[in-house]
Design a protein around this ligand. Sequence first.
Ligand code: ZN
Ligand code: ZN
Length: 390
Amino acid sequence: MSPTTTTPTRAILASEPEPQAHIPGSNWTIENIIVPTTLKDGELLVEMVASGICHTDLLITSIPRHPSYPLHYPRVAGHEGAGYIKAIGPNSIKKDLAVGDPVLLSYYSCMDCVTCKLGRPNHCPNFGYNVIGQSDAFKSADGSDDIAGSFFGQSSFANLSVVKESSVVSAKNLIETPSELKLFAPLGCGLQTGAGSVLKIAKAGKGNSVMVSGLGGVGLAAIMAAKIAGCHEIIGVDINASRVGRCEEFGATKALNTKDSTNLAASLKEVANDGRGPDIFIDTTGVSAVQRAAYAALANGGTLVLVGASPDPVQKLEIDIRDIMTRCVKVVGCIMGDSNPGVFIPELVKYYREGRFPIDRMTTFYKAEDFKTALHDMHSGETIKAVLKW
Ligand SMILES: [Zn+2]
Ligand SMILES: [Zn+2]
């Protein structure tokens, strides 16, 4: 085997968080590290032009090492990326990829199991690799220490990264200008998750009242998708006034600020379907109190889609079996919007071109080194979707 060659790169590194009182993102720094560029089977070397920041990056890098959850530190997160292929490793399966091609990055799947071959890579039993990744994907600048990466098979918070080919969608026929490649960077996670929760999981249609809690990038993608589906009532819910104030421009027919609500379930129910509650509830907050209220607020026959993840590893939603049975309601989990990125991302680009998925109106670009400003603006609600440029 030939010796491993390496190349320097800039990357955002997350060090191990303090177990208590950790502020998400406070353990991120931008540093010079090195990336091994001797590629293995099914790997590509990708030069990033942009990386979207998703709450999962913050959530995962807030979890300290734990015996039952083998996260490695320091690590490079980032799972919404866009860039150009610099090299292709041996035995590549995707024959539509060539050096120099623009690509959008999404998530890893093994491409070999029954569910992957059936076109349902998000149900791949090897999906856990996306979170755990690889302990030695990068090295420290002097080459002495391992740095973890391959987050979602990509670790897009690096200017140069080794990416699994299953995580890649060719953008050759999707983009019209190089700047569009940067704009489309978040399609592979947040935006396809939000849109897929409505279109693929809840299969929303004309007669439905849809409620969406949490009006960040994922929530607004769900709202735009509900409008695409022709839903008659689309209600955006949040506790941040600036986010509540903007959801109608993305297709919401009503906006609800629940900051001062004393009975959340009742507040949610009374505004939907003339008081019968929403037919579809998309929760992107991951907050237990919101999820419980959403379940209680559902109209008979309604569906609660759980999209937001909680940092609490023992979060529970208790369900009264007689209640779920007699109301005929459903509670469904959602990873990546139940989407096959190779199929769904081109569909979302088509909606964008038709003016029905105006992601340009929710995106703010920052230089990669200004990631702290991006995190601050995301937290304050000033920025909906932050995209870092390399
Ligand atoms: Zn698989
Ligand atoms: Zn994400």
